[in-house]
Ligand binder design. Structure first.
Ligand SMILES: C[S@@+](CC[C@H](N)C(=O)[O-])C[C@H]1O[C@@H](n2cnc3c(N)ncnc32)[C@H](O)[C@@H]1O
Length: 220
């Protein structure tokens, strides 16, 4: 924990997201409005046989979007450093199917820090998501090294990268908090992706002619 010049306490992501875990869902619509489901157009056509990992899955905002659109997967692994947010990730899948058959895939929740070595075997996933997460990560290169390791050949990683212009201050009673953030440049993320043997394509997303964020697709 440390303070900036205006004496607002800066929390690391684990503390921050555990603290706001019950309120995070209030931001779902706002976060979804950035992308407006564009990322769905970047998904492989056939996902039913795929093993999917969501790094920094939070309380399952992305998962719920996929569920509402009836996407099917072979397995879905939700990882997060905040155990309180992950606790709210939907655990049971009932109508998560694309073709109408009532399949129930394997949904796992794993508490882990993506800055460490991930607790997964080499080449165990086909598709990886991380939305609004890289901005909390100091060592982006390490995350790409791990992605290269755990994704199978032809695996795809879809990143939602927010351009943070203003720091968000959250007030709780008399206290104010900021979250620790890193403003990684898109060029640096692309460079790190290519160094780790991914083909990288970025899709700028605009709102009222302002660039607000990027969807970055990395293909192995
Ligand atoms: C802005 S939220 C995004 C959650 C979800 N991806 C979404 O789009 O709604 C950032 C998430 O990253 C997680 N996170 C931050 N640093 C992390 C780390 N080092 N390892 C794992 N998860 C992390 C947080 O706990 C939080 O759930």
């Amino acid at each position: 924990m440390w303070y900036d010049s205006k004496h607002v306490e800066i929390l690391d992501p684990k503390e921050w997201y555990n603290l706001i875990a019950n309120e995070y869902k209030n931001y779902h619509n706002h976060l979804t409005s950035f992308d407006k489901w564009f990322f769905l157009s970047l998904l492989p056509r056939e996902t039913a046989s795929m093993d999917v990992i969501d790094l920094g899955a939070g309380d399952g905002r992305i998962y719920r979007i996929l569920q509402a659109k009836n996407y099917a997967f072979n397995s879905y692994t939700a990882c997060d450093i905040s155990e309180k947010l992950l606790k709210q990730h939907p655990a049971i899948l009932s109508s998560f199917n694309k073709g109408g058959d009532h399949r129930t895939e394997d949904l796992k929740k794993v508490i882990c820090d993506v800055e460490n070595t991930l607790p997964f075997e080499d080449q165990s996933f086909d598709l990886a998501f991380s939305f609004f997460v890289l901005e909390h990560i100091a060592d982006v290169d390490h995350v790409f090294v791990e992605m290269e390791r755990i994704l199978r050949s032809w695996g795809k990683r879809i990143i939602g990268h927010f351009l943070q212009r203003r720091e968000f201050i959250w007030k709780k009673g008399p206290n104010s908090f900021k979250i620790r953030l890193y403003n990684h440049r898109l060029q640096d993320i692309e460079k790190i992706g290519r160094k780790n043997l991914f083909d990288v394509t970025n899709y700028p997303i605009y709102e009222k002619w302002n660039l607000i964020w990027y969807i970055i697709v990395c293909e192995k």
